[in-house]
Design a protein around this ligand. Structure first.
Ligand code: MLT
Length: 411
């Protein structure tokens, strides 16, 4: 019999969101009359921006005509999309990223999960706690950790607790690490890092030969103009950081799938003889071996995000979700909850009522008021006692959820 990759057996539980979906489905089966409001997984509810829809149609039409038909595209993504990204997401913010440093893909979850495989099995990894589970689980699967302890912390990982006292920001590791995963605006806490804070990280990475894996999937939700949208807004970051971006949350692409990763040409790792190796070339090698590119119509649709109409429509959708975030924040705090996030991010991070664990609060909300959220402890031990609500929902559902929560839990 074929031996399996036994590192998978170290994974403590099923992936968080399918696990929640399983519990919700079981509840719904037993309680078919309860109308559930889903503020759990951060999944968009608004339809695609009309400019994108029009471009998707045009992309498909082009595939139907001999003269414009496309077969395999460049694995790195079509030049028209990489140019639009480099110009709009970077040049116009005063950041130099060349189209050759951009790799288009079908999602940031895949990219942030796959990136670890171009690094050695022995690299030391730092992750925040709480954390987007993909960063941890993919390193567990790759055998970079030992077993999990009773709190769910894997041996061998450097955890950076993001506690309330620290404003949910990670403390820079005291020990040297090789790779540090950062996510700002943060999933799940909704916290953001200032330019000064990111400068400290870049200085740490530069002096420790570390690489920062910077997940900026939620940058479109930043409202405070002083908060950086890209790690490359920090001087020197091009030599030490990889950035992940996505169209999922900003342009409603969770079901359409398109994202990109930036790997600057100056970013280097070293081989086992100590020679410097371009990380970009390794990722290019991996990408062109294991991936055939996002489809042409999807990339054509994604490029429409950067048209004047596309930009206005994306801004409108983001404003819609951020108004939900405001309503959740204010509604819950007036009901007596302590709430964080929801100002520069679409996630609200709240403290569970005293003495109630994250999963107990999950069950309580589900069974008492039919509202689905995400238990903070699902993101790591420091998330225990917290709970995440997503602002990706329809306005009426948000209003109804707040009403139900206030009626049941107001202090
Ligand atoms: C979340 O709810 O944390 C996200 O939707 C997960 C993801 O983007 O994969």
């Amino acid at each position: 019999m074929a031996r399996i990759n036994s590192h998978y057996q170290k994974l403590t539980a099923g992936y968080l969101f399918p696990e929640i979906a399983r519990r919700v489905a079981a509840f719904q089966e037993d309680n078919p009359k309860t109308s559930l409001i889903r503020l759990g997984i951060g999944d968009v509810t608004r339809p695609l921006p009309p400019a994108v829809v029009q471009a998707l149609h045009e992309g498909v039409d082009r595939m139907s005509r001999r003269e414009t038909f496309k077969g395999y595209g460049p694995e790195q993504g079509y030049e028209f999309l990489r140019e639009a990204i480099a110009d709009n997401d970077y040049r116009q913010r005063g950041v130099e990223v060349s189209p050759d440093e951009i790799f288009v893909s079908d999602g940031s979850k895949c990219d942030s999960g796959n990136i670890q495989e171009i690094f050695d099995a022995d690299v030391k990894i730092a992750v925040t706690d709480p954390v987007y589970p993909v960063y941890v689980d993919t390193n567990v699967m790759a055998g970079r950790t030992g077993a999990a302890d009773d709190k769910g912390r894997y041996a061998g990982l450097c955890y950076m607790p993001c506690t309330e006292e620290r404003g949910f920001l990670p403390e820079i590791p005291r020990e040297p690490v090789d790779l540090a995963y950062l996510c700002f605006p943060n999933n799940p806490t909704g916290g953001v890092a200032s330019k000064e804070q990111l400068e400290k990280w870049v200085a740490y990475a530069r002096s420790n030969d570390a690489i920062i894996l910077f997940d900026a999937a939620y940058e479109g939700f930043i409202t405070d103009p002083s908060i950086p949208h890209s790690i490359y807004e920090v001087e020197g970051a091009r030599d030490v950081a990889i950035e992940f971006r996505s169209f999922s949350k900003t342009a409603g692409f969770t079901g359409t799938r398109c994202a990109f990763t930036v790997i600057p040409s100056s970013l280097a790792g070293k081989d086992d003889k100590g020679n410097s190796v371009s990380v970009r070339s390794l990722w290019n090698r991996r990408h062109s071996t294991k991936f055939n590119g996002a489809s042409y119509p999807i990339q054509f649709g994604a490029a429409a995000v950067y048209s004047p109409e596309g930009k206005a429509q994306v801004r409108e959708a983001i404003a819609y979700y951020m108004e939900n975030a405001r309503a959740i924040r204010e509604g819950l705090s007036s009901a007596g909850f302590t709430v964080y996030g929801g100002v520069n991010a679409p996630y609200i991070w709240l403290k569970t009522p005293t003495g109630t664990s994250s999963w107990e609060f999950f069950d309580s909300l589900l069974t008492n008021v039919g509202v689905v959220g995400t238990p903070g402890s699902g993101f790591g031990p420091s998330g225990e006692g917290y709970f995440r609500l997503s602002a990706f929902a329809e306005r009426a559902d948000v209003g109804e959820a707040i009403e139900r929560i206030r009626a049941k839990y107001s202090s």
